[in-house]
Design a protein around this ligand. Structure first.
Ligand SMILES: NC(=O)c1ccc[n+]([C@@H]2O[C@H](COP(=O)([O-])OP(=O)(O)OC[C@H]3O[C@@H](n4cnc5c(N)ncnc54)[C@H](OP(=O)(O)O)[C@@H]3O)[C@@H](O)[C@H]2O)c1
Length: 257
């Protein structure tokens, strides 16, 4: 951070003007809501995902937000966080398009929910490599750029599943527990470079995560993606002296039983 216009400064609607954010998995769900919130507050935002089709759809909706007064610019990059070269390309694209990176939101994630005895090697690997390996690759690629900028933020979208494991969720719960430990370790590693690292751990959010159909995704008791985006914006608004290093957010009245 070199001036007050970058992430962390307090301010009005355009409080993140001049900041550059990468949101992995920004084409749908929580990532898309985070991207929208940051764009509306003036940040330039680069979203990623594997599917070019989903990115194009998101770009058309978020493009309308980016066209409003005071909003930041939007870019999309098709990239798979499981590939180290894609993570480097993502950060390179933010440098090229927007001149750097101030905020990295590691949001891309997948879930496969089966009993361990029945889980395929491919499903296990996809969950661990996306939810944990992907965050490592993106952090490793972004940290030198954040350091050059004088600091910034890394926010990892974890899950309450990391601290509240459940049957048929071993891969997912382990990936998020690993992510929680990774986040806490990284936080201590880069804090004196002005890089703040935090985990946001939501409970059930009404998205199409892990193939939830619309009926199950949109239950009224669930959090919305916008609720999680609000937590991200609140974190980024803290004074540079303050680091809420983990935030849990859960439905206030979850389904009983
Ligand atoms: N929904 C919940 O109840 C809930 C609760 C707690 C935590 N979370 C966490 O919140 C995050 C977002 O979940 P969501 O509910 O918004 O899910 P979602 O609607 O399924 O969106 C997931 C996003 O991640 C992208 N993605 C998946 N694999 C990727 C990869 N290998 N490389 C790059 N992008 C990839 C997807 O795009 P492509 O498919 O095109 O790649 C999509 O943009 C995840 O980390 C999830 O674990 C969700």
């Amino acid at each position: 951070m070199t001036d007050d216009s970058r992430a962390g400064a307090q301010g009005g609607a355009a409080r993140f003007a001049g900041s550059v954010a990468i949101v992995t998995g920004g084409s749908r769900g929580i990532g898309r809501a985070v991207a929208e919130s940051l764009l509306r507050r003036g940040a330039d935002v680069l979203i990623s995902g594997r599917s070019a089709g989903s990115l194009a759809e998101a770009a058309s909706e978020l493009g309308e937000v980016a066209a409003t007064a005071g909003a930041g610019r939007l870019a999309t990059v098709a990239a798979d966080v499981r590939r180290p070269a894609d993570a480097e390309r993502l950060v390179g694209a933010a440098n090229e398009r927007f001149g750097g990176v101030d905020i990295l939101i590691n949001n891309a994630g997948v879930g496969h929910f089966e009993a361990v005895a029945e889980q395929s090697t491919a499903d296990w690997a996809q969950v661990i490599e996306t939810n944990l390996g992907g965050v490592f690759y993106c952090c490793r690629a972004a940290i030198p750029v954040l350091r050059r900028r004088g600091g910034g933020w890394i926010i990892n979208i974890s899950s309450l599943a990391g601290s509240h494991p459940f049957a048929n969720g071993a891969a997912y719960c382990a990936s998020k527990a690993g992510l929680d430990a990774f986040t806490a370790a990284l936080m201590q590693e880069v804090r004196f470079d002005g890089i703040r690292v935090s985990a946001v751990a939501p409970g059930s959010v009404g998205t199409a995560f892990a193939g939830s159909d619309d009926r199950h995704a949109a239950a009224p008791w669930k959090l919305t993606a916008a609720d999680v985006a609000q937590v991200v914006v609140d974190l980024l608004s803290h004074d540079a002296r303050s680091l809420p290093s983990r935030v849990e957010i859960r439905p206030s009245q979850p389904r009983k039983g």
